[in-house]
Design a binder for this molecule. Structure first.
Ligand code: ZN
Length: 317
């Protein structure tokens, strides 16, 4: 009898523990910390501004979605903030985004879907911004969620919105983005010398999204040493070279903003183990040390000009 009681108590405890564990597992935040919401205001332009405008339209503000954050957008933001009891400063930042975003998923339609499609296109998905959340948008959302450590449910809710809006620019200086998610490698990885005599940086990661550090023209590039690569061409003739990718995400010759997913890291070409090799070449053909440039982005500072970067002192050999 006594024994029987004990084991039924034991079984109840085990059930309780399992239930608690399941609760913890199902309510747990994603493995990656979410990036910070961007702060944008009058004078800004581009995809995040267009997103703000579509979301304001969703909330009934009849402004154009032209990607230019001018006085018309500012007054719509101020009016939206007042209506929600927020500080009416015209700045769309961490205070305002949670009120402005609207959850969307397959079957949704309207301006908030256009906003989500605009954000997804920052990552190279190439969706038609038609306001209809169909199966193509659904797979893009799931792919984004999977590559950003989010629950893969196809729902663009608060965490996915924050990740979409913040992953490329969160904590980075304006117009720049880290080549990998901030959580992918420690700061010291960007400071490490390159293993051979070529100025470059090797970031040891397997199969993760690689992003454009700056806007530019994404040109497909392949060689025996680089493997599957992408060159991010700059207007002055200099370029960032990404090597050893397992796949590319952008069309050859596409003009991309900073933070666009260029591809997935990998192990192609002359590579001993999966890693991302990044090289900076200026128009004179010289390879420049990328370390101080990437560290500035990591630290949220404006990076130095490419031509001011040293051509030696960053290699181990
Ligand atoms: Zn390398």
């Amino acid at each position: 009898m006594r024994l029987g009681r004990l084991s039924s108590f034991g079984a109840a405890s085990v059930t309780l523990i399992i239930t608690m564990l399941l609760c913890v597992l199902t309510t747990q935040a994603p493995a990656h910390a979410l990036p910070a919401w961007p702060s944008i205001s009058q004078g800004a332009g581009g995809a995040d501004t267009t997103t703000v405008q579509y979301l304001l339209r969703q909330h009934g503000h009849g402004i154009p979605a032209d990607g230019q954050f001018g006085p018309v957008t500012t007054s719509a933001v101020v009016s939206f903030q007042s209506s929600r009891g927020l500080v009416a400063d015209g700045v769309v930042g961490p205070q305002t985004w949670p009120y402005l975003i609207v959850p969307v998923q397959q079957g949704s339609s309207g301006e908030a879907v256009r906003a989500a499609q605009t954000q997804l296109n920052k990552y190279g998905f190439g969706l038609g911004v038609d306001g209809n959340f169909g199966s193509v948008t659904n797979s893009a959302v799931r792919s984004f969620q999977s590559s950003h450590g989010l629950a893969v449910d196809g729902l663009v809710g608060p965490q996915t919105w924050q990740s979409l809006l913040g992953s490329s620019g969160g904590g980075s200086p304006s117009g720049h983005a880290l080549p990998l998610d901030r959580s992918a490698v420690p700061r010291s990885a960007y400071a490490a010398p390159h293993w051979n005599s070529t100025p470059a940086v090797d970031l040891i990661v397997s199969y993760l999204p690689a992003y454009a550090v700056k806007s530019g023209v994404a040109q497909h590039y392949s060689s025996t040493s680089c493997g599957t690569g992408v060159r991010l061409l700059q207007p002055d003739g200099s370029r960032f070279v990404y090597c050893h990718l397992s796949a590319r995400s952008t069309a050859n010759g596409a003009q991309v903003p900073a933070g666009t997913r260029l591809g997935t890291t990998g192990d192609t070409g002359n590579s001993g183990a999966p890693h991302l090799h990044i090289e900076i070449r200026t128009s004179d053909g010289l390879a420049r040390c990328p370390q101080s440039y990437l560290l500035a982005i990591y630290d949220g500072l404006q990076p130095p000009s490419l031509t001011s970067l040293p051509t030696s002192g960053c290699t181990a050999a």
